[in-house]
Design a binder for this molecule. Structure first.
Ligand SMILES: NC(=O)c1ccc[n+]([C@@H]2O[C@H](COP(=O)([O-])OP(=O)(O)OC[C@H]3O[C@@H](n4cnc5c(N)ncnc54)[C@H](OP(=O)(O)O)[C@@H]3O)[C@@H](O)[C@H]2O)c1
Length: 294
């Protein structure tokens, strides 16, 4: 918590070097990803915005160009459920002086439901989709861009995680499991990067896992509160927390406070509270689906 007093919010500048440095943000057409594009552009980076909807990406592109006339922006359209499209995004990154990769796109369209309630037919869609976005996409893209990030050192990889992993909730098994993979990938990659520098100085590629709790976004359409910041405020906290230089970061201050509170609470109470919150959400979604069907 007290690291905030001593960490420089300007540490992102370390990765702003060479001719026209670029940042690639996956899932940059909405929510936290869009916020990250805004914040990184304001901190001087040109931005490669990845998403799957061309009209949405074009609209974000126009918005960003208007608010940052001195920056360059490009879009790259690719659905992360189709792993064969990874090369399209990697090639777009390879053509630029890429120094920052934010793996933000996640399996955010999951249904809130019990694992046992996923139907046999539905499981082929849900399980495959979650693994493609949350495991395949991040692995293939990071692997494809790593040689370039190493060449352009110092560079940065931020993998976006979730508080669901620290306090696993019912009803979100597939989503949460992909975040477990993301954390393990971050840990191993970070160790490899440190090994390359014999653990002596700053690694060529700084790799971090950022744990997020509730944030207002397209996938979480509740109004902002103290515990649920806007996507833009969340993105600012993520970029500012890079200077922490840690594997595991909880960037937003109220999330970190609630994380500490939950770590000290009995596991049973935390599970009950989360089950109650998600159960209510699941009920309201089922209700909406029923009304739509009628
Ligand atoms: N919001 C929260 O409360 C919260 C909490 C913890 C962690 N997180 C994490 O934060 C990250 C961003 O979440 P968010 O809430 O900002 O999500 P969001 O508002 O739903 O935005 C998701 C972004 O990813 C893109 N995307 C989704 N599926 C895609 C696919 N198959 N192929 C390509 N792009 C795809 C979306 O594109 P479209 O514009 O086409 O939909 C959009 O740009 C995720 O990793 C999520 O797990 C969020």
């Amino acid at each position: 918590m007290f690291w905030r007093l001593f960490t420089s919010t300007g540490d992102i500048d370390r990765y702003h070097h060479g001719q026209e440095p670029w940042a690639l943000v996956t899932g940059g057409s909405d929510g936290i990803g869009k916020g990250l594009c805004e914040v990184l552009a304001a901190r001087g980076f040109n931005i490669l915005i990845h998403g799957r909807s061309k009209p949405k990406l074009l609209s974000v592109l126009q918005e960003l160009k208007t608010s940052n006339p001195n920056r360059q922006f490009e879009i790259v359209v690719a659905d992360a459920t189709d792993i064969s499209l990874v090369d399209r995004v990697a090639d777009a990154g390879a053509q630029r002086n890429l120094t920052v990769l934010v793996n933000n796109a996640g399996y955010t369209e999951m249904d809130i439901r019990l694992f046992a309630d996923i139907s046999h037919a539905g499981s082929f869609v849900e399980i495959d989709k979650s693994i493609s976005i949350g495991v395949g996409w991040i692995s293939h893209l990071t692997r494809a861009l790593l040689p370039q990030l190493l060449k352009n050192e110092p560079s940065l990889v931020i993998n976006i995680g979730s508080g669901a992993l620290s306090h696993p909730p019912p009803f979100l098994a597939l989503y949460t499991a992909t975040k477990g993979y993301t954390l393990a990938l971050t840990q191993c990659l970070r160790a490899e990067m440190k090994l390359q520098n014999s653990f002596t100085s700053n690694p060529a590629v700084e790799v971090q896992y950022h744990e997020l709790h509730a944030v207002c976004s397209n996938s979480n359409r509740e109004p902002p509160t103290l515990l649920r910041p806007s996507s833009h405020d969340m993105a600012t906290a993520i970029v500012d927390a890079v200077g922490r230089k840690k594997l595991f970061v909880v960037p937003y201050w109220t999330h970190e406070v609630s994380a500490w509170v939950m770590w000290f609470m009995p596991e049973r109470i935390v599970a009950l509270l989360i089950a109650w919150a998600f159960g209510a959400k699941m009920e309201s979604e089922l209700q909406k689906q029923k009304q739509k069907a009628e």
